[in-house]
Structure formats: C-alpha cells, structure tokens
Design a protein around this ligand. Sequence first.
Ligand SMILES: [Zn+2]
Length: 300
Amino acid sequence: MANPLAKVAMKPARLITLLLAIWSPWRPVGGAEPIEIVCSIKPVALILAEVLPKSAFRLTTLAPLAASAHYFELKTSDAMKLSSSPWVFYLGKSLDSWILGAKKSQAIALMSFLPEHEFLYIKDEHTGRQSPDPHFWLDPLAVKAVLPKLTENLCGNFESHCPQIKLNNQNFSLQLQEITKSIGSEFAQTSVKGRGIITAHDFLGYFARRFEITYLGSIEELPGKEAGPKKLISLIELAKSHHLKTIFSEPQIADRSIKNLAEAAKLQIIALDPVGASKEIKTYADLIRFNAREIHRGME
Ligand SMILES: [Zn+2]
C-alpha cells in the first residue's frame, strides 16, 4: 500500500535490502508492491489500463461516477491522497482541472499528448471565445493519436516496464483502429451516418466528427449551466426539422430541461455514458461501444 507511514516503518528493512544489493549480485525481484497511479476520472484510468502492465500498477479513480467530470470538489481525504501519491494523471485543464488544486506540478494531462491538429474547438456562446474541446477520449483515433507521446512519457517514468508498455501500446493502437472501423461501417450500413443528434451536454464533438454524425447541439454547454428558453426553442425547432426521434441524456445531468425538450418535440429519452458510469463498462472498448450502441438504438 502507498501509505506514507508504511514507508517510514519500512526503512530498516529497506536498508537491509540495500546492503544485500551492494554485497551480492542478488536483487529483490518479484512480489513488489504495485505502483499506485491516481486518475481524476474513469476515462483516464480506462486509457492507462490499456497501456500499463496490469501486474505492476494499481489505478484508482478520484471522481465518483455520479458526479460531473467538470465540477468535482475534492474532499480532504482526496487532497491528502493526491499530495502523497507521486503519480497523478488527469484529462486536461478545461475539464478536470479541479485536480490541480491539490497537485499542481506533477499531475500529467493526457490532453497535453494530443497533437494540435486533432483539436476540436468549442465556442462559448456568451464570450464568443474559442477553446479546445476536452472530450477527445470519445474518438478512438484521437486516443490513438495520444499514444506515442503517452508511451514516451510512461517509458521515461517507468523505465523497467518500457518494453511491456510499448507492446501494450501497439496492441491498443490496433484495437482502436478496429473499433473505429467496425463502428464506422455499422453506422454507414444502418444510415446513422449523417443523422442529427442533440445531447445533454457538449461532449460528443469528437465522436460526431469521427463517425460523421451531425452534432446539432446540446442542452447545456457545460453540466450545471441550464439552457434558457431561447435556446430550448431553437433546439425544439432543430429536432423537428431533422426529424429526430431521441434526445440523449446522461446520468450526471439533471433531467428537467431534457424532459421539457422531449415533451415539446415528442422525443424519447435515451441515456449515453461519456465517462463510463455504468457497471458494465470495464474497458475503453466497452465505453465506446456502449455509446455507439445507444446512439444507434436512438436513431432506429
Ligand atoms: Zn464534459
């Protein structure tokens, strides 16, 4: 366990180990404690779990799945966990920067490994300013684009695991290509491609771009920022003109505006799951396939 007190208590034992290591060619191998990695949100853990060797690392996630990835208040126990763990990974500044409150210098952002030409920008409706959309993990090929620099970073930090990390990276890259291909052809065959979609919050940009769905908009630009009547009316009109059957909700968002919109535009409500809150989502592939399946279902 990565308990700082345990480290102090272990000191004499570590000294003996060190002396043995100097004295003889024997090195303590195997049975080592896994390296603890703290992740801000579940998608970060799902991506790292594909690249890091399972037996040597333990991943934990801070944000509870019922909470929004954008707004989360760290409890004192979380802040302590963060300040005592050397390895903290998060998604990116415009999403889960709440993690920086307790861990400024060493937290590693997956978004910092995304090449700029992959960025999608979102416009703040009030200020008119453009900023990079952080929800890149919903596009398997954007995740693939993150892998070279992520692998380089992990190899630099965990040198002895580098060969396995590189192998996992290759396998995951292939898997990401395969997922993209199978969803792409499924959407093309079933005329999901090109159809319009409205979601609860603004998270589907990268997915929609990759799989050629027309993203008509979202009820909330950000979770917690409810749409005004003007916006609701324009979404109702869009839903009608695009003959939508479904409005897509998500577990982390209050459903009042969604219910209003669904009633006014005669839409069914189907829940998507951008962070993988559902228990059935255990891997990155599960996360993408779940959302693709539900989008497909909502357009049938
Ligand atoms: Zn979001």
